[in-house]
Design a protein around this ligand. Structure first.
Ligand SMILES: N[C@@H](CCC(=O)N[C@@H](CS)C(=O)NCC(=O)O)C(=O)O
Length: 243
């Protein structure tokens, strides 16, 4: 049977974008997708049988090729769902929920705008962790001031994102259509809060994003086992180096 193989680094922020998406899309239990956890060495090398070089997530396609960027993976999965061609694709998407990008060109552009902002915020936050968290101390050069500046840039992105969540995930209003940008945003906010203990939506100017976070965290797709990260990682990650 033809299947997709998703190489996952358990607990890592970028692969979780795809896992949350697969849950939300109704595809997580499909026999046409296999999720393979990779292992990570103390020197941060990742490996699994059949995994090519590259960062996680990686999606292996039945034709032997790979997609190596999380957003490209999400777009590919949405493309297959919108227009399945091969027999396995038709079977795979049979349980899929409607488009998570929007239908019209306008709606899709809005989703893509939000996606680009969140992706930039995630890059800055990830860089901040590497430069400012004790988790990376001794493994790579660290710089608390750089970390602080990078968090500031991530927060600037989130302020730009705030208006995109006007009227979405309001309590008591009709259910909001989940988008791929929501999955990517939630992955970042949850990772920052649960592993690094950074509340990226704590700023009083980010009320829409805070409401989104509180509503979305109740969804089954976001369940995170407390022992997802090894005890040493949990202990060191929230310790931020002093200037
Ligand atoms: N832009 C990439 C970033 C992926 C990324 O940085 N993944 C991290 C895990 S969250 C990783 O693989 N780290 C291990 C490594 O760099 O080898 C994407 O969106 O997929």
């Amino acid at each position: 049977m033809a299947y997709l193989e998703l190489f996952d680094l358990p607990g890592a922020v970028y692969p979780r974008r795809v896992l949350i998406y697969l849950h939300e899309k109704g595809l997580i239990n499909s026999p046409h997708i296999k999720i393979t956890p990779v292992t990570i060495s103390p020197t941060l090398e990742t490996s699994a049988p059949g995994k090519p070089k590259g960062t996680l997530p990686i999606l292996a396609l039945p034709d032997g090729t790979f997609i190596k960027q999380s957003i490209a993976i999400l777009e590919y999965l949405e493309d297959i769902c919108d227009n399945p061609q091969e027999e396995w694709q038709k079977e795979f998407v049979a349980t899929a929920k409607p488009s998570m990008r929007g239908i019209s060109a306008r709606e899709r552009a809005t989703t893509n705008e939000a996606l680009a902002i969140v992706d930039e915020a995630a890059a800055f936050f990830g860089f901040a962790c590497h430069k400012g968290s004790k988790l990376f101390f001794g493994r790579e050069p660290t710089s608390p001031i750089t970390a602080k500046l990078a968090i500031g840039w991530a927060e600037k992105n989130l302020k730009n994102l705030e208006p995109y969540y006007n009227g979405r995930y309001e309590e008591g209003s009709p259910e909001t259509q989940v988008t791929i940008a929501d999955c990517v945003l939630f992955s970042l906010l949850q990772f920052a809060k649960e592993l690094y203990q950074v509340g990226l939506v704590a700023d009083p100017e980010l009320l829409n994003l805070k409401r989104f976070y509180n509503a979305f965290k109740e969804r089954k797709s976001t369940f995170l086992s407390p022992d997802m990260w090894p005890p040493q990682v949990r202990e060191l990650a929230p310790v931020w180096l002093e200037e």
